[in-house]
Write a protein that binds this ligand. Structure first.
Ligand SMILES: Cc1cc2nc3c(=O)[nH]c(=O)nc-3n(C[C@H](O)[C@H](O)[C@H](O)COP(=O)(O)OP(=O)(O)OC[C@H]3O[C@@H](n4cnc5c(N)ncnc54)[C@H](O)[C@@H]3O)c2cc1C
Length: 467
């Protein structure tokens, strides 16, 4: 079946609505809320029974600069500094127009969700993520994406937004002028419905759940554990490709180098940023872990037998425990504990001499505020004391960052550089702000573009429909 049907002027649709949004993750629900505020009722098409998406699997942390939550804690920050951080990590490969839009609109987005929809955000202030020059990660009390998506869904329901659950969008209809006319959705019983629309927002994330597209575009993660939502099959890029849309940075992705194995539980990178390290099965460190957790996925997968150990102490475990996942890892017995590094090495079954030498080197560097052979800087306040902990981890693909190129209003761009008149993309469906590789991913880029571009596309699509 072709992904896109060229629609005749008299194409028949069973239902006609102003706005169709495909995908009820953070992007789709923010878009629907924004459109509703502007007086436009959207229909949100969602394959799952209940919205979850990768949003539910995330820690729900959204970076934003200049918020009142930062001011209350005396954190000095600005959209300009935030934009510079994004581009520094992306090696200046991200579209500067989109970077400016997301950096400027992230603060207002957090305050919008807090004030209008009562999402109780606060700013994480007991550790910072790599590459952010200020504490700017905003999260909900449980620090889970499940809470974020549930609260967004409740807000959508309270505002009478129609979420067409258990319906998979399978084909788009477009006329010869690139105007989107509608979508065909398939229900679980095999029946189909054609819904016509005046505008469409693609909010169905990327292609992490499509092994063939991953193999073709991100060979270094082919066969790696995929930790995102399985329903993210790359429909946006498949439709976009068929429509003649510009696809950008398809090799970019968010990875993570600290997934407890075999338990498959995310171990927060706070374990590293607070002074922990990673060693391989030979008891040796292998890179500067603070470059970022995203590029660390491939680093860990390059180690013998494709695993590593994340090692830290009780103080760091105390910081990590604010995350539900860390508590789950503890309950699952994933985290080993010992009073000496030698004892820990025994429990981990790694060569004690090599591990102890690495550990002592690092602890000495901390005391001297020194730098290691990989360029990692250490500080005295990161010193570790017994008891020590270790967790066996592997690298995973979280979500893809490549996707449909968009303009400053979130309209999808065609290959000729013009924008589609009524097709928008947000979140993982659109190209992110991470440049062309995993190393360009700055923590939070995923939900940043999902929420901010979701809201922006909802506003723009609604304004266009009203004209
Ligand atoms: C483990 C993990 C941790 C993460 N932690 C963070 C974090 O703390 N901060 C951060 O910024 N980012 C994080 N991310 C990334 C972040 O989760 C994503 O970037 C973000 O959730 C994307 O939102 P979205 O709305 O674009 O997609 P999703 O939330 O994945 O929603 C897409 C929806 O589209 C639906 N869908 C797909 N195709 C169709 C179709 N054809 N028809 C109907 N429905 C369809 C899916 O079922 C899904 O519900 C994390 C990701 C993972 C996997």
């Amino acid at each position: 079946m072709s992904a896109v049907v060229v629609a005749a002027a008299k194409e028949k649709f069973e239902t006609q609505v102003p706005l169709v949004i495909i995908g009820a993750g953070a992007a789709g629900l923010c878009a629907a809320l924004a459109a509703k505020e502007a007086g436009i009722d959207a229909v949100v098409v969602e394959r799952d029974d209940i919205p979850s998406g990768s949003t539910a699997l995330s820690a729900g942390l959204i970076p934003a600069a200049g918020t009142r939550f930062q001011h209350e804690k005396g954190i000095v920050d600005s959209p300009r500094v935030f934009a510079a951080d994004i581009q520094r990590k992306a090696k200046d490969e991200a579209d500067p127009v989109i970077v400016e839009v997301v950096a400027a609109r992230a603060g207002p987005l957090i305050e919008w969700l807090a004030d209008r929809y009562a999402l109780p955000f606060d700013v994480v202030d007991n550790f910072n993520y790599p590459g952010h020059s200020a504490m700017r990660m905003h999260g909900l009390p449980s620090r889970t994406g499940r809470e974020l998506i549930d609260r967004l869904r409740s807000a959508a329901e309270a505002n009478d937004i129609v979420i067409l659950a258990k319906n998979a969008a399978q084909r788009l209809f477009a006329d010869s002028e690139s105007r989107i006319r509608g979508v065909e959705v398939a229900r679980r019983d095999g029946s189909c419905e054609r819904i016509g629309c005046e505008a469409m927002i693609l909010a169905c994330n990327g292609f992490g759940g499509n092994p063939e597209l991953v193999r073709r575009n991100i060979p270094e993660m082919a066969g790696a554990l995929y930790f995102g939502h399985p329903g993210n099959q790359g429909d946006a890029v498949i439709w976009g490709d068929a429509l003649g849309a510009q696809l950008s940075h398809l090799g970019a992705y968010q990875g993570h180098g600290s997934i407890a194995t075999p338990h498959n539980i995310l171990i927060t990178w706070a374990t590293i940023m607070q002074g922990g390290i990673q060693i391989n099965g030979e008891g040796r460190r292998f890179c500067d872990e603070t470059n970022g957790y995203s590029e660390q996925a491939a680093e860990v997968l390059r180690q013998p037998e494709a695993f590593a150990w994340t090692v830290f102490d009780a103080r760091i475990a105390g910081v990590a425990r604010q995350f539900d996942d860390f508590q789950k890892a503890e309950s699952a017995g994933a985290i080993l504990t010992a009073n000496t590094i030698g004892e820990l090495a025994g429990a981990m079954r790694v060569p004690a001499t090599a591990f102890e030498a690495e550990w002592n080197d690092v602890e000495n560097l901390k005391l001297a505020d020194g730098q290691d052979r990989y360029g990692r800087n250490f500080a005295a306040e990161q010193a570790c004391t017994p008891p020590f902990h270790a967790v066996k981890v592997t690298g995973a693909l979280f979500h893809t960052q490549g996707g449909l190129a968009i303009d400053s209003k979130g309209r999808v761009r065609r290959k000729d550089g013009k924008s589609f008149p009524n097709l928008f993309a947000a979140g993982g469906a659109a190209v992110g702000v991470s440049g062309s590789t995993a190393a360009g991913y700055l923590s939070g880029n995923g939900l940043l573009t999902a929420t901010v571009l979701g809201r922006l596309t909802g506003e723009t699509a609604a304004a266009q429909i009203q004209r």
